[in-house]
Write a protein that binds this ligand. Structure first.
Ligand code: HEC
Length: 157
């Protein structure tokens, strides 16, 4: 949109301006409210989807609540799960859990909403303890991570 409006030829040809702005508005209208669309960059990066509270991102939650034990630099990586290294959330679909958690994929490509990763955030984690260990995420944080994981499913994990 910025490119269109900054186009110097548009100034010399004013009759083009209304058409250009109409196009920009149409672009905005079609991209807004299209969370998880193919052209949505958040789908594979930070995750600022509609389920996330204002100015909250999935990576921000992981950083604040999980990196202490699940990052490249944490002293001890819980169950060997690194949530800081690149490739999330897609990497979770090809990462296998510890034997304590039955060596299944962290994220279930057949049914992403029922992934081990999300189950571990609940009061009934199925294996080991609820994450983050010694605390609990708010419902809003859990919903944000759920949307991030579900929308981030690679097309062929
Ligand atoms: C205080 C340290 C600590 C924090 C904080 C923490 N974890 Fe963990 N995590 C562990 C330990 C230790 C284990 C292995 C024991 C268990 O599963 O209870 C683990 C296991 C896991 C597992 C299962 C891994 C496997 O293969 O068995 C998942 C998934 C997980 N954590 C996700 C998270 C998420 C997501 C967060 C943040 C919301 C988080 N953890 C925060 C220490 C932590």
């Amino acid at each position: 949109m910025v490119v269109l409006l900054a186009n110097p030829t548009a100034a010399r040809r004013p009759y083009r301006a209304p058409l250009a702005s109409l196009f920009a508005v149409a672009l905005l209208a079609t991209s807004a409210g299209c969370a998880g669309g193919l052209d949505d960059p958040d789908r594979f990066t930070g995750g600022t989807g509609s389920a996330c509270a204002t100015s909250t991102t999935a990576t921000g939650i992981l950083q604040a609540q999980c990196f202490a034990c699940h990052s490249t630099s944490s002293k001890e990586i819980g169950a060997g799960l690194d949530l800081e290294a690149t490739g999330l959330p897609g990497r979770l679909y090809t990462t296998t859990s510890s034997s304590t958690c039955s060596s299944v994929p962290m994220a279930n490509s057949a049914d992403p909403a029922n992934s081990l990763f999300l189950k571990k955030l609940t009061s009934n984690p199925g294996c080991g303890t609820r994450m983050p260990q010694g605390a609990a995420l708010s419902d809003a944080e859990t919903a944000c991570l759920k949307e991030w994981l579900v929308n981030g499913k690679p097309s062929s994990p």
